[in-house]
Design a protein. Structure first.
Length: 313
């Protein structure tokens, strides 16, 4: 429990420094600043993979499957890359939500900050129950594997789907029935008083919609990471580090997503690979370097092809 407590304490310390020191005053986050923070979070994640190896080497956490330190580090990085790559679609949706509710750029960071706190709780619960299901019912791996392959084929053969409109979503329509909602923002406040009535501002509405959408995206990402390992600490820590870096990555990539149009095929390849891995896990286990190499190569190929095609156009 000591490792879990220290890890969670460090995460909340990072978040406290983020909102209380580095982003104390609301401001528009420029691509350069977002790029620096993206680099910092990615660097911290790779540094933490070394810490993970040290933790498992010294037996500081339960290790029922006798994972070696080097394998533990690779599993962490693999899970981190999977979650980070699957977050690309999440960035598209977040951009649409902010545009729909007309959230000023300087307050978007605040919405994402509180969204991450909720995501940590919900992801933690999903991972907890997901690990229990896999460890208790071995056939659940087939169910998760089939679901991931189904998701990959759905992405591959999707047609011209109707554009996502947050104001027509189930969440927004039902939220209006529960509480008053004002269409006017009041600075960085989530609630305002209007004629003795407390009403939710667009910031709060956007926060709730983003939170629910994150839970839906987690239905893909959590099973995908469980295909790499069912070790609770590795699954949770890799997931959380990817979520922490999502904010800066959003501000860094939000205006450049069209340049990476072929990255979706990388996500399809990754989902298919981890789905197949779960389906055959009781018969054959891929070496860790194969999983890590395939995922890294898929992401690199998607990025390079997108850039080269965009340059030609």
């Amino acid at each position: 429990m000591t490792v879990w407590i220290v890890f969670l304490a460090l995460i909340f310390l990072f978040l406290a420094l983020d909102l209380g020191v580095f982003n104390k005053n609301p401001h528009i986050i420029k691509p350069k600043e977002a790029g620096i923070w993206t680099g910092i979070w990615v660097s911290l994640s790779f540094i933490f993979s070394i810490v993970v190896g040290w933790i498992y080497k010294n037996g500081l956490i339960d290790n029922p499957t006798d994972i070696t330190p080097s394998v533990a580090s690779m599993k962490f990085i693999t899970g981190y890359l999977i979650e980070l790559s699957l977050s690309v679609d999440n960035i598209f949706v977040i951009a649409v939500i902010f545009a729909s509710f007309k959230i000023p750029q300087k307050y978007q960071h605040r919405v994402l900050f509180w969204g991450i706190l909720g995501a940590i709780v919900f992801r933690g619960l999903m991972i907890f129950f997901g690990v229990i299901l896999i460890n208790k019912f071995s056939w659940m791996t087939y169910l998760f594997g089939a679901f991931l392959i189904f998701t990959a084929f759905k992405m591959l053969f999707k047609g011209d789907e109707e554009e996502f409109n947050p104001k027509k979503s189930f969440v927004y329509r039902n939220l209006r029935k529960i509480m008053p909602i004002t269409s006017h923002a009041d600075g960085e406040h989530f609630f305002v008083k209007r004629k003795h009535i407390t009403a939710a501002t667009p910031l709060f509405v956007a926060l709730i919609v983003i939170e629910v959408m994150d839970m839906l995206f987690a239905l893909d990402s959590v099973p995908a990471i469980l295909a790499i390992t069912s070790d609770p600490f590795l699954v949770f820590s890799s997931n959380i580090f990817a979520i922490l870096g999502l904010r800066s990555m959003y501000f860094f990539l939000a205006n450049m997503l069209e340049k990476f149009s072929y990255l979706e095929y990388s996500l399809i390849a990754i989902l298919t690979f981890v789905g197949i891995k779960m389906l055959i896990i009781h018969y054959y286990k891929f070496p860790e370097w194969v999983s890590l190499g395939f995922i890294a190569l898929s992401l690199a190929a998607g990025i390079l092809v997108s850039i080269s095609r965009k340059d030609k156009e």
